[in-house]
Design a protein. Sequence first.
Length: 364
Amino acid sequence: MPNFDIVKQTKPLDTFRVKSVIDKFELSTNNIKETFKGSIDIPEIWNIGMIVGASGTGKTTILNELFSNYEIKEFKFNSDAIINDMPKNASTTDIHKMFNSVGFSSPPSWIKPYSVLSNGEKMRVELAYTLLENKEMIVFDEFTSVVDRQVAKIGSFAVQKAIRKQEKKFIAVGCHYDVEEWLMPDWVFDTNNMTMKYNKRRLLRRPELRAKIFETTKKEYYWKMFSRYHYLSHSLNKACKMFVLEINDVICGIECVLHFPHPKVKNLKKEHRLVIHPDYQGLNLSAILSETVAQHFLDNKFRFSSVTTNPSLSFLRNKSKKWKLKRQGRVSSGSGSVHNKNKKGSTSNNRITMTWEYTGASNE
């Protein structure tokens, strides 16, 4: 049980300006004293903890007293590609897996410098770096303090999944209570009243997500929003059908589908582009969007196929009974749709890919 009884004293220099404040507000002394006293009774078995409270209630002071050895410090990411800033002893395979694990799943962002990433992406990169260092415990001060609140919630859910998957211990320190139900901590220490709260693991549930998927004719408009995040190319076939995903009234993903002119199969639709905004990765939204659209075409007597190199998407499909793996490996130079053969960067030649067909079979 980490106990703390911390006294912080501040005595400013005896200057004219300091004296003016003491005299004007009739302060009895210029010796400012604060006391923080309590105990954090951490359970024997846990993965996620949270220290939360208003500014000035002692969060960082308690962190420095009890957990300073585990705090995430300021990072020095100076490379022109963030993947090059990851720990030197980590293999590229380990880095790819970790990026996907924390919800940093857009390969185009992996080769950008840290400075141009969004705040949500920076938070996930910092966590990925620390997990790759294989630290026993991670303490993250000012957790989600500089990100949009919706992004903070989504990011918190991705973080807790990664931490629990890695069997690590993580303490989030911050002033925002709204991420608690997404972070799903095993224990919470509130510095407003110095009290401890415990959550039973079996009762932890992710908040409900309101999902809406609709077809749109404004393809160029939405493609401009998402093209930069697609791993393959920035091109979009104008013949495609586009579907948009909203989560809690926020646009966060698109799915584009083409009719595939197969010599034998006349009713085949093929996934053309599937993109989830980086701030909303880590919730398996790509699976939700892809399966909903695929089921729509299946209900209308079409077959639905998808070719991907994305390891996290293939992992989800491999666990699902709704998808059947048809092929894995490199595609020959003679293969490919007539839609795409003349578009640079749009074919899957020379890349190891997986071809999946949606069957719609129930997981139950």
